[in-house]
Ligand binder design. Structure first.
Ligand code: HEC
Length: 101
């Protein structure tokens, strides 16, 4: 029993290494991103189209941890996301823009 638990845990951590937001679903993340109008502020701030904030040369997010923290910060403004929703959005933004491994 114990061996199985340990094996399962090591497999889970391997999966976490392979994909930083393994528990998130990019498709649901995109839907949440649109539903909560996440780009409403970003577009007003930055020239260059709705996604420019994620692709600008001096973007702020440099790691999966940065991405999770920024989504938490932005989400707290109005969207009031659950941890699972934050994970979905992380997975979406990572897949579409940041490409952290
Ligand atoms: C009330 C305005 C506002 C809303 C709404 C908002 N953001 Fe932001 N967002 C900002 C600001 C301001 C920054 C830039 C922070 C900086 O440059 O330090 C930012 C930056 C970001 C970044 C980092 C971009 C980079 O430089 O790498 C991410 C990721 C992000 N927002 C995600 C989201 C998500 C997801 C949502 C929707 C849940 C959201 N934001 C909604 C204001 C907002």
């Amino acid at each position: 029993m114990k061996t199985i638990a340990i094996l399962t845990l090591s497999l889970l951590s391997l999966a976490a290494l392979a994909e930083p937001f393994a528990g998130g679903d990019a498709k649901q993340g995109k839907a949440l991103f649109d539903k909560h109008n996440c780009n409403s502020c970003h577009v007003a701030m930055i020239n260059g189209g709705p996604e420019a904030i994620f692709t600008r040369a001096d973007r702020k997010v440099k790691s999966p941890a940065d991405l999770a923290a920024q989504i938490k910060r932005c989400g707290s403004v109005g969207a009031k996301l659950t941890a699972q929703e934050e994970l979905h959005i992380s997975a979406y933004l990572n897949q579409a823009f940041y490409k952290f491994k």
